[in-house]
Write a protein that binds this ligand. Structure first.
Ligand code: PLP
Length: 365
């Protein structure tokens, strides 16, 4: 019996399906297809859950990043710090608004932005903003990053696309005073039936500015915005899923703890156990000591019907659009070759996690 990487059928179980279909029926009957009452209810409840004043739904996680950059005052030609390990949408958002990504290096095991590298990069470049990413669901060191950014007046946009359920030093991710963005793409911890995203902020003016930009600039006679509204149906799904998301994140934590105890002692680098409670465990990454064995390990797992992915097998600096990018990238490039992510979703059992760990042990011995 194998272990799948994702599981959507248990996520959308029978009673969920019945509830969502009844919501869809109401929406169709009432003809309110964009920015309906579920948008308002979700925004209010999600802001409360994450410990901030405002949540603004937008069309997807990349738009959330672009709009956050724009309302932070980042202009074409400005430099923005991005970590060397991330899903490339983080850097794509910077390029899409005509700004210039500058690479900040990461911690070798977690892939999180390294505060020391950020400090050096912020001294060598005039950064207008920085985008720490809570990659794999692990919380970045926001205390250190906030302190460095404050000294140089650098705006912070936290990319929490993978981190619904993570804890930073002030509480839930998003609660430490920075603009924070989420994606609700179907694979994320909190997910829509397609594309959606949001931006969190405590700042009333920024919240108003985001509302204007996401709806074609309506409300500002001097500027156009864009269309990044969130469909009512997606908001209805997200709002309904709020009922179960904590339970599902708790179950991810239990699987991570099982992986940790089963894999401890093997010839691997594991994420430190201090993250067991604070990570959202969107993914469970391990670092191989010998990068050249990665393909063989994946093949071995596949032969046992166990899913795995090499997220992220390419550092941002190795992507073609980032070829001439400045900044620091040594650790990111070294790390990218040796990471593999194990199956992670809320419906894995402890036995599933043990099966995966057993096969990794068999492979390494
Ligand atoms: C998924 C993701 C995004 C992009 O979100 P979309 O909704 O696909 O636009 C951005 N950053 C990170 C780290 C992601 O994982």
């Amino acid at each position: 019996m194998g272990v799948s990487f994702y599981n959507f059928s248990d996520l959308h179980h029978q009673s969920f399906k019945e509830k969502i279909l009844s919501r869809f029926k109401d929406i169709v009957d009432n003809g309110a297809f964009v920015e309906g009452h579920y948008n308002n209810e979700f925004e209010k409840e999600f802001a409360a859950l994450q410990g901030v004043k405002h949540c603004l739904l937008v069309a997807n996680g990349t738009d959330a990043l672009e709009i956050a950059l724009v309302v932070s005052g980042v202009k074409p030609g400005d430099k923005v710090g991005v970590p060397g390990i991330t899903f490339y949408a983080t850097a794509e958002a910077v390029l899409n608004i005509g700004a210039i990504p500058v690479l900040v290096d990461v911690d070798y095991v977690t892939g999180l932005m390294c505060p020391d590298s950020f400090k050096r990069v912020s001294e060598a470049h005039e950064l207008k903003a920085v985008m720490p990413v809570h990659i794999y669901g692990l919380p970045a060191d926001m205390k250190a990053i906030n302190e460095i950014a404050a000294q140089k007046n650098i705006a912070i946009i936290e990319d929490a696309a993978q981190a619904q359920g993570a804890q930073v030093h002030t509480g839930p991710v998003g609660s430490c005073g920075n603009l924070t963005t989420f994606s609700f793409y179907p694979t994320k911890n909190l997910s829509a039936f397609g594309d959606a995203g949001c931006i969190l902020t405590d700042n009333d003016e920024l919240a108003e500015a985001i509302k204007v930009v996401r709806n074609h600039g309506r409300g500002d006679a001097e500027k156009f915005g864009r269309n990044s509204r969130c469909d009512h149906m997606q908001a209805a799904v997200l709002h309904l899923k709020l009922e179960e998301v904590d339970k599902f994140n708790k179950s991810r934590k239990e699987i991570a703890a099982t992986y940790h105890s089963e894999l401890k002692g093997l010839d691997l680098d594991l994420v430190d156990e201090k993250f067991l409670q604070t990570s959202a465990w969107h993914l469970y990454p391990i670092q191989l000591k010998d990068a050249s064995t990665r393909e063989a390990l994946q093949a071995h797992l596949k032969s046992k019907d166990i899913g795995s992915t090499p997220f992220y097998d390419v550092a941002l600096s190795q992507e073609i659009p980032m070829k001439n990018c400045e900044g620091e990238k040594e650790v990111s490039e070294k790390k990218a070759g040796a990471t593999i992510c194990l199956p992670m979703h809320p419906f894995l059992t402890r036995d599933d996690a043990k099966t995966v760990a057993d096969e990794i042990r068999n492979f390494l011995n």
